[in-house]
Design a protein around this ligand. Sequence first.
Ligand code: NAD
Length: 483
Amino acid sequence: MAERAQHVDAGTLESSDFRLVIGGERVRGDEQLDVIDPATGKVFARAPAASHAQLDEAVRAARTAFEMWRATTYAERAELVRAFTKKLRERQNELAELLTREQGKPLSQSIAEIDRGAAQSDGMITIEIPVEVLIDDADRRIELKYRPLGVVGIITPWNAPVNLALGPLVSALYTGNTVVLKPSPYTPLTTLELGEIAREIFPAGVVNVLAGGDDLGKWMTEHPGIDKISFTGSVETGKKVAAAAAATLKRVTLELGGNDPAIILDDVDPKAIAKKVFFASFVNSGQVCMAIKRIYAHEKIYDALCEALVEEARKAKVGNGLDPDTQLGPIQNKMQYDKVRSILEDTKKSGARILCGGEVPEGDGYFIPPTLVTDIDEKSRLVQEEQFGPIVPILKFSDVEDAIRRANDTRYGLSGSVWTNDLERGKAIAERLEVGTAWVNQHRATSAFVPFGGAKESGLGRQYSIVGLKGYMEPEVISIAKK
Ligand code: NAD
């Protein structure tokens, strides 16, 4: 955390009255975190940060509340979740402004993020998890039931703090678990506000929210009082989470990074798809796990597609997310800004051709313009790594088999897409992508009723849908001998 501290005059802080939520109480942090506005690079707020002792308190509160919460019905829990999302919607505009301040994304996209999170939450609580009768004959009856796990620790990243908290939070609560939720140290504020709303709705101890640094995440993964970790973040940290969870055999759901390919076939009109492909690559300035991160375009439409994408990039307005005209905000934090700049430098040095963007403006905010790159070596960092920023390579292919092989030649496997007018052919190619989700003529579509998660090193388990919900539960067989 120390490297994140900046010169700050406490008098200039716009807000330092955020609180942790532990056992239904608003609590000061034993420590503090500075929160930086990425559009200015300046500290604008201060958040409480939890000590290990405060984590212990939160886990105790969650364990105590679990005994009562597990005995409630799905319908009772669903009703409280609905009351929670209603309050969330009432405060949507105010929360969206806070989200834009801490995260950087345009205000309209902050509103959309809260809206999507609330809608997906409302969707999930309509899913039934029935008792499955496996055998029922003259001799025996065998049922498969699902029961809650206990205390779920939720750890989230900084790119979509509200949406990525709500998915696991509502999954855990609806299935009868209690929660300790920890946001990224870069974006703690809106999540603390979610805690304040939850505090008004749920019984004390059911939802505990602790901001803190990476250490707090590590303590959670090691904590014997936590039964499951739902982690969203990078592959590198995900592996540490899995290793730490092994000590107590905690259940884990890992939603990790991606290097999504989009394969664009020769029968599309590049102009017709350019806007969709551009925004699926650059929305939130590329800081989306399931953004398009590599574009494979057939040689027949390659030049026209490059031209159409460059036109979109030139039109896109980059700026402070609070400005209503802004379409692309800053990179969320200095660490990521430096990483994306270093990939950009590496790309330039490699001799690749920058079609547009590529120059980082002077000034305080962490801004990088949308940058499209061609003639790039497949082995370069930009193609191999998850760039998680507004710089995307366009790679040429002539044989679709070659495109599929290159698209799959990665340790990542989050999602991918195929773009074509021939839906059957698109589906056949999509089925060969080694990913958790393969789209045809779209990218980045999710729903409460559709499981989302990664293949290969992009994750373990799924969020959303009955598949995701069952990940917050223990299957239990009840086997009755009738004779
Ligand atoms: P990160 O892994 O650095 O941090 C994520 C969270 O883990 C933070 O809250 C952090 O404090 C915590 N943490 C750090 N060290 C920890 C440890 N040892 N044990 C436990 N927790 C620890 O990731 P980030 O930079 O915040 O987020 C960006 C990454 O998240 C990208 O790779 C992106 O693709 C991925 N992501 C994945 C999804 C998905 O659904 N698959 C969604 C959004 C983002």
